[in-house]
Design a protein. Structure first.
Ligand code: BES
Ligand code: ZN
Ligand code: ZN
Length: 499
């Protein structure tokens, strides 16, 4: 599917559906802006269907041959002063999905000029483009031919804009094409079956990214013995329950004149059974998602050569499965992380923090970066706190936090700050080791997990994103179909682009 910009009159375009967006309060003015050919019919349809332009209202009408598009779709956008970026994502997705329902292959979206008042042209077109691509995504690898044919692919979406905006819009469009491609790739990795997406598979994907990068990205993969030599005994502890060999994946992107150095880390548990602290069957159903952080890092790296930010970026993924077996980690086992701290493992299902302990320590030790950002499907507790739409963010640096919040606003990938509460530190103190991997008591699990990670970052500015909720949708929405969302890819790419 391609998205193009058009400055032509919409009624003259060769389309299947022509889509308009209406404010609530200004029905009269809205109508006056319509092409003369359809104005009268549209007014009648609005009366018939009591369409006032509210956000939950849509009207679909036949064009009766008055213009070349065969159907016209109107989407209400509510009150102008309440319209924001989030609404933009929603309403674009709705309008696009309605066109798909109507079997449209060529779609025209007429973008009202006053959408550009709050956001500049580039950012608005960027958001519109991302919304369309996000909403178009489907994972159909395992659907039979007959099933696939039921959904017709959209060939082209034309964004109709006033001529003066085209140049700036072009920049937004190009950027969004890259971020959307990275988002799609990341979702494919998570949606793919876990028998395929083993640690070895992720390592091969990383190598492919480097190969396609024309030298901008380099990759190295550490095998078990090299991982041992680095002292990553917490990571190896988790990995040893599985027959699949673990891989430690290192990706590096370096521009000619790099600014700061950022390490991004993705939790890469390619399947989480819980280990000997086995998960109940229902909780295990979606546990292929436990490498969503890793998939986000790979998605980001796939886009870095094209986005070409002026910072150095290093990606770390400790990839392994969390399985029960005769060799698996046992509650009571004690592991030593790269930074020398000892960890008493009391629940083998709290495995992500073990692999991350080593990954964070290694990042600090080997890279001494300006910033570390980790993305991890870390705790069910974070989902309890913030639901399916919002990631928890824990951050020891206000500047980093506010940059990420800005990017969150632009991309609609929602984050909400949770505290690294010092008072809770005693809850993860162990009787016989430095710390234990689960807390005393049952409340505030997302916080105690973050406090655990904090033990391994020292003073480095660091943001931990607990993406357990938004990484994976268990239902269909306008913007996201069931499955992976690629959460974090756009958030981080927008952030890097702003540096
Ligand atoms: N991968 C899970 C967290 C998770 C749960 C992600 C649901 C996405 C959806 C993690 O490894 C885990 O099992 N965490 C435990 C920690 C507990 C044992 C302290 C949890 O959240 O229950
Ligand atoms: Zn787990
Ligand atoms: Zn996990």
């Amino acid at each position: 599917m391609k998205i193009t910009l058009k400055a032509a009159k919409p009624e003259s375009l060769d389309l299947d559906t022509l889509n308009f967006f209406f404010w609530e309060e200004n029905a009269e003015q809205n109508c006056k802006k319509l092409p003369k050919e359809i104005e009268k019919e549209a007014r009648e349809a609005f009366i018939q269907e009591e369409f006032k332009g509210q956000t939950d209202e849509m009207v679909t009408m036949s064009s009766r041959g008055l213009i070349s598009a065969y159907k016209i779709i109107f989407t209400g956008c509510g009150k102008k002063e309440e319209f924001d970026n989030e609404m933009l994502f929603e309403q674009i997705a709705k309008s696009f999905q309605k066109s798909k329902e109507n079997k449209a292959v060529k779609i025209g979206l007429v973008i009202p000029d006053d959408w550009f008042i709050k956001l500049d042209t580039k950012n608005t077109v960027q958001a519109i483009t991302e919304a369309i691509y996000l909403s178009d995504y489907r994972f159909l690898t395992y659907k039979s031919e007959s099933e696939r044919e039921k959904t017709r692919d959209v060939e082209e979406v034309s964004l109709v804009l006033s001529p003066s905006r085209i140049v700036q819009a072009e920049a937004g469009l190009e950027f969004a094409k890259i971020t959307s491609g990275a988002n799609r790739y990341s979702r494919d990795l998570v949606n793919e079956a876990p028998q395929i997406t083993t640690p070895t598979y992720l390592a091969t994907e990383a190598e492919k990214i480097a190969k396609n990068s024309k030298g901008a990205v380099t990759v190295s993969i550490l095998e078990t013995e090299q991982i041992r030599k680095k002292g990553m005994m917490a990571f190896l502890g988790v990995a040893r329950g599985s027959d699949e060999p673990p891989k430690f994946i290192i990706l590096k992107y370096r521009p000619r004149r790099p600014g700061k150095k950022v390490v991004i880390i993705g939790k890469g548990i390619t399947f989480d059974t819980g280990g000997l602290s086995l998960k109940p069957a229902a909780s295990m159903e979606t546990m292929k998602l436990d490498m969503a952080g890793a998939a986000a890092v790979l998605g980001i790296f796939s886009a870095l050569p094209e986005i070409a930010p002026s910072i150095e970026v290093i990606g770390y993924i400790a990839a392994c499965e969390n399985m029960p077996s005769g060799r698996a980690l046992k509650p009571g086992d004690i592991l030593r992380a790269v930074n020398g701290k000892t960890i008493e493992v009391l629940n083998t299902d709290a495995e992500g923090r073990l692999t991350l302990a080593d990954t964070l320590s290694l990042a600090v030790k080997e890279e001494n970066p300006d910033e570390i950002i980790d993305l991890a499907t870390l705790t069910g507790a974070c989902m309890v706190a913030l639901g399916e739409e919002i990631a928890g963010i824990f951050c020891n640096n206000e500047k980093l936090l506010s940059s990420l919040e800005k990017s969150s606003n632009d991309t609609g990938e929602k984050i909400w700050r949770l505290p690294l509460e010092k008072k809770y530190k005693p809850l993860i103190k162990s009787q016989i080791a430095d710390i234990k991997n689960i807390q005393t008591g049952k409340y505030g699990g997302a916080i105690s997990a973050a406090l655990f990670l904090e033990e391994f970052v020292g003073k480095t500015p660091w943001a931990h994103l607990d993406i357990a909720g938004p990484a994976f949708m268990e239902k269909n929405t306008q913007l996201y179909t069931y499955g992976a969302t690629g959460f974090g890819v756009r958030l981080i790419l927008h952030y890097f682009n702003s540096l």
